[in-house]
Design a binder for this molecule. Structure first.
Ligand SMILES: [Mg+2]
Length: 369
């Protein structure tokens, strides 16, 4: 029987749109000009009044809110938040609506909120529930948005990231020329990652990656379209001898663990707000601990409870690793005061659960659904 005081009593969605400035005209996202960084923040309240927070990926804010309202909430209300199998049982109940996409994104948000609540119920930081902290300081790399090869924007923003204390930089660029511009603006030996967002197919990826070799990329991220072409990535790793990173567009946990066990990539990059929350992220971390040839570096192009949850998983992970931080100025920077970023490193708080509560001003500025 469900204990009434830890039963889920209410779920609320906030459509968070964070205006940002990345020092250049707005980049394109899914064919549209992008001026805000969006996600759903989920507030989950228990019968005892305790509140936990989660975050769901939302390329379409309305679609994810509708799924939460019409499909997830009716199944979740009254269920015991301490049941660690809850997310996977809901995933199974909803499987014929799709094994990826908005269904899994909504469940990811719920899962993160449930782990926040479990930490709060036990009065411990989330990393304690994940096996204890091996570290509480996590180094971040500056993840620059796309500048479409513009020399001035690339040089200026690489310089700004280094001035801000970052010691590793990632680009979202697709040409060897753009990568060479950034490389020339960096100190010798500083890691430079390149994310192409599935720019190529197996037919042309090798030539494009080889052209970037002189800039010594630390990894090439999502070099292949479609992202589930694991054989293509394996072949590219072998032929190019340049490390490959991928995982943010994996459909679900099974595909992510396959990427690890089949050594399809050098770096696996699950997204907590897409692939099943803390539960899934921790499983991928465990797979990496058993296959040390694959390194764990979650994708975190978001700033809310999902970012905090990822920090906790990294704190408890066997492997020492790095976290992504989008490099831009935000109208509001969530958790700036409680989880500070100093010289490119985050330091986790020891408060219970995720360790920080959402900023009131962000919630006030966000539409509730
Ligand atoms: Mg990426």
């Amino acid at each position: 029987m469900t204990s009434s005081n830890t039963a889920i009593a209410a779920i609320q969605c906030f459509k968070v749109r964070l205006p940002f400035n990345h020092g250049a005209p707005a980049p394109l996202f899914a064919g549209k000009s992008r001026t805000t960084l969006d996600s759903i923040w989920m507030r989950v309240e228990l019968g005892n009044g305790m509140v936990g927070w989660g975050e769901a990926y939302a390329a379409d804010l309305d679609a994810v809110c509708a799924l939460v309202r019409h499909r997830v909430e009716p199944l979740a209300l009254g269920k015991d938040a301490t049941d660690r199998q809850l997310t996977s049982s809901l995933e199974r109940m909803l499987h014929n609506l799709g094994r990826s996409g908005p269904v899994l994104h909504a469940l990811s948000g719920l899962d993160i909120a449930l782990w926040d609540l479990r930490g709060k119920l036990e009065g411990v930081p989330l990393y304690e529930l994940l096996g204890g902290a091996k570290r509480t300081r996590i180094a971040a790399y500056a993840s620059l948005l796309q500048y479409y090869g513009n020399r001035e924007h690339l040089e200026t923003n690489v310089g700004k990231a280094i001035d801000a204390g970052f010691t590793q930089v990632k680009l979202h660029e697709r040409t060897a020329e753009a990568v060479a511009i950034a490389r020339a603006a960096m100190p010798r030996g500083m890691p430079l990652m390149v994310d192409t967002n599935c720019a190529w197919t197996t037919a042309n990826a090798l030539a494009e990656v080889r052209a970037m070799a002189t800039s010594d990329p630390f990894w090439i991220e999502e070099p292949i379209w479609p992202p589930e072409d694991l054989d293509g990535m394996k072949q590219l790793r072998k032929d190019s001898q340049i490390p490959v990173a991928a995982g943010e567009n994996a459909s679900n946990l099974l595909e992510l663990t396959r990427m690890v066990t089949e050594q399809a990539v050098d770096w696996v990059q699950p997204s907590a707000i897409k692939c099943g929350g803390v539960t899934a992220l921790q499983r991928v971390a465990e797979a990496c601990a058993n296959h040390p040839g694959v390194r764990f570096s979650p994708q975190t192009a978001f700033f809310g409870p999902g970012f905090l949850a990822t920090l906790h998983v990294l704190a408890a992970a066997e492997q020492d690793t790095i976290i992504e931080r989008l490099f831009c100025d935000l109208a509001f920077t969530p958790y700036r005061d409680t989880i500070p970023l100093v010289n490119g490193t985050f330091t986790l708080a020891s408060a219970a659960g995720l360790g920080a509560e959402p900023d009131v001003e962000i919630l006030a500025a966000s539409e509730q659904a």
